[in-house]
Write a protein that binds this ligand. Structure first.
Ligand code: AMP
Length: 184
């Protein structure tokens, strides 16, 4: 089962994707985690990506598409994967589509975790990540509205699209997600 988790920064994609990974034994693939790891390891790619991440901008498509391409080709992804934080632009979605077609695969579910903006800001302000200061948060939400929210509309028109409310307890949200993924 190949799943995309869509949703704004702070919607809870990371938390839920990790729980899905545990439950269904398919890997969670987070471009944000991969970029943070590259930065921590001080690789040239990580240092380049950090310039964008620090201010809440999107890292260039070529960089993240390259990371995903490498990852999806690994044997651990053969039974499925949960994409968390990718794709974030129309061009990334197109690149993903082409990659999957080349491997004879498809997306089984694109699930949007919907959370109102006031709640997103509250959650992001409560996190203690380096890129979670107020100015960066506002920029990330703006970047989300401008570049990523239109993707939700792109996936909404497909049969694989599902939407759930990202409000309530982590367990409640997970139960709704689990139902969807179990039915695939
Ligand atoms: P996240 O952990 O998904 O919130 O991502 C943290 C930061 O990493 C984002 O604000 C972007 O700067 C960068 N990033 C993560 N995923 C992507 C992506 N698919 N495309 C571009 N930039 C990304």
């Amino acid at each position: 089962m190949n799943v995309i988790l869509l949703g704004a920064p702070g919607a809870g994609k990371g938390t839920q994707a990790k729980m899905l990974q545990e439950r269904f034994k398919i890997p969670q693939i987070s471009t944000g985690d991969m970029l943070r790891a590259a930065k921590g390891a001080k690789t040239p790619l990580g240092l380049e990506a950090d310039k964008y991440m620090k201010t809440g901008k999107l890292v260039p498509d070529e960089i993240v598409v390259g990371l995903i391409e490498e990852r999806l080709a690994q044997p651990e992804c053969k039974n499925g994967f949960i994409l968390d934080g990718f794709p974030r632009t129309a061009s990334q979605a197109e690149a993903l589509q082409k990659m999957l077609e080349r491997h004879g695969k498809k997306i089984d579910a694109a699930i949007n975790l919907h959370v109102p903006e006031e709640e997103l800001i509250k959650r992001l302000l409560g996190r203690k990540r380096e890129d979670d200061n107020e100015k960066t948060i506002r920029n990330r939400l703006k970047v989300y509205q401008d570049q990523t929210a239109p993707l939700v509309e792109f996936y909404r028109n497909r049969d694989s699209f599902r939407e759930i409310k990202g409000l309530g307890s982590i367990e409640e949200i997970f139960q709704n997600l689990e139902k969807i993924v179990s039915s695939l």
